[in-house]
Write a protein that binds this ligand. Structure first.
Ligand SMILES: [Zn+2]
Length: 273
């Protein structure tokens, strides 16, 4: 589906590593000006620390250039993804080069995605280590909620945040649903809503959440990846909100400016609306 450009859009969560150059072309046409790409898995198990390094380097260098060719500004979040965090000793070993060689690079604006996938102690060990790395480097964090048992993951996150060691303004919780949004906002965190053709939110569900919970600290993203996903989710929701009669301020905040307000806390996030 071709989306007409009705404004300026920011997709704060998209895995361009698994998308084509045609996608970049359509995204630029639809008005997407800036994107953030968090670290994901490769579709299969990694066997070497070197595959993390090559992947991070690819995102920082090649994807930034591929996006720029279409006038899109591209930034990166680096992490050992929750889906990869139970591998031992691989996941632990990957944290060293991540810390020493990649987190300080130009275009790296946050640690992420980190968090839970199956929700177990091995995942939590890597999650906590990465939270503490981001604390020591004063970096933003993008935390992923799992596809199932989201509330259980939220409760664990709430417990971790209880000692107030982490600055909540610097934490984005992604893949929220009707079930988790209230707690995410009450905890003072930023909230991502992933609009995805299957398994995640539809545009209608995302709009209902915004209607009910307001537009502060909420941002729409596509979370486009290896699956059947839509890299135009953000402009699509913008268009549907307009048709539904949402005000332009609410549309701008949830499809661009809230994500900007979150990421501009990183000194390496240089895009400006
Ligand atoms: Zn993702």
């Amino acid at each position: 589906m071709e989306i007409q450009n009705h404004g300026r859009f920011f997709d704060p969560h998209i895995h361009m590593y698994s998308r084509t150059t045609d996608d970049y072309e359509k995204m630029a046409k639809a008005g997407i000006e800036v994107i953030v790409q968090p670290s994901f898995w490769l579709g299969g198990q990694r066997n070497f620390v070197g595959t993390f390094e090559d992947y991070w380097e690819h995102m920082i260098s090649f994807e930034t250039k591929r996006a720029k060719d279409f006038g899109i500004e591209h930034f990166v979040c680096i992490s050992v993804n929750p889906k990869e965090s139970t591998a031992r000793p691989l996941a632990l070993e990957a944290l060293e080069p991540m810390k020493e060689k990649y987190l300080g690079r130009e275009r790296v604006v946050a640690i992420g995605e980190i968090g839970y996938n199956l929700i177990n102690d091995l995942e939590e060990e890597i999650f906590l280590k990465q939270m503490n790395i981001s604390l020591s480097k004063d970096m933003l964090m993008m935390i992923h909620l799992p596809h199932t048992n989201k509330m259980e993951a939220m409760k664990r996150i709430q417990k971790i945040l209880n000692d107030n060691k982490y600055d909540r303004k610097k934490i984005l919780i992604d893949h929220n649903t009707e079930e988790t949004i209230q707690l995410t906002l009450e905890l003072g965190l930023w909230a991502g809503l992933s609009v995805y053709p299957v398994t995640k939110l539809s545009p209608e569900r995302a709009m209902k959440i915004i209607e009910k919970h307001g537009s502060d600290r909420i941002m729409i993203n596509s979370a486009a990846d290896w699956g059947i996903s839509d890299p135009l989710s953000v402009p699509l929701v913008g268009e549907k909100m307009k048709n539904e009669g949402f005000g332009s301020t609410v549309i701008e905040k949830t499809t661009c400016l809230n994500a900007y307000d979150f990421f501009k806390q990183s000194p390496r996030f240089t895009w400006k609306p």
